[in-house]
Design a protein. Structure first.
Length: 145
């Protein structure tokens, strides 16, 4: 099994039962879409691995240590950079993301998908604010693509 397939199965297992803001299976919807965007943009398989794993530490019981053992230190560093800490200011988090090229690319496509409010059945004020915030930060990340 390839590293990409292993990452896909790992993420699918850890995100099992989660749904996104649109009520869609989190893995099938968000994680797969972000991974496809990264692959379609022509990035290497290592970037696609990071895309599949980008939310497993932040949103599940998976750990950076497990990621490092299973997928290597470089992937673990990128996933760690993308894992926002509790109480961490968003600007500090984004600065950390930009210190890692794989994290920067994956975060751009993550924000791009999260900005697609057309997939929501009801659009609330907080959704519009999130899109505005992401568009601002996407313009900063675009230089890393």
């Amino acid at each position: 099994m390839s590293r990409v397939e292993r990452a896909k199965e790992y993420a699918k297992r850890y995100h099992l039962g989660q749904v996104d803001k649109a009520g869609v299976d989190y893995f099938a919807g968000h994680v797969t879409t972000v991974s496809q965007k990264v692959a379609n943009a022509g990035y290497s398989s290592e970037y696609v691995v990071v895309a599949f794993l980008h939310d497993v530490v932040e949103d599940t019981s998976a750990t950076i240590e497990e990621i490092a053992l299973e997928f290597g230190e470089e992937v673990a560093k990128a996933v760690d950079a993308m894992s926002k800490r509790k109480e961490e200011a968003y600007e500090a988090y984004l600065h950390r993301v930009t210190m890692n090229s794989m994290a920067s690319v994956v975060k751009f496509y993550d924000m791009e998908h999260n900005s697609d409010i057309g997939r929501l059945s009801t659009i609330r004020e907080k959704d519009l604010k999130r899109v505005e915030k992401y568009k601002k930060y996407m313009s900063l990340l675009k230089k890393y693509l």
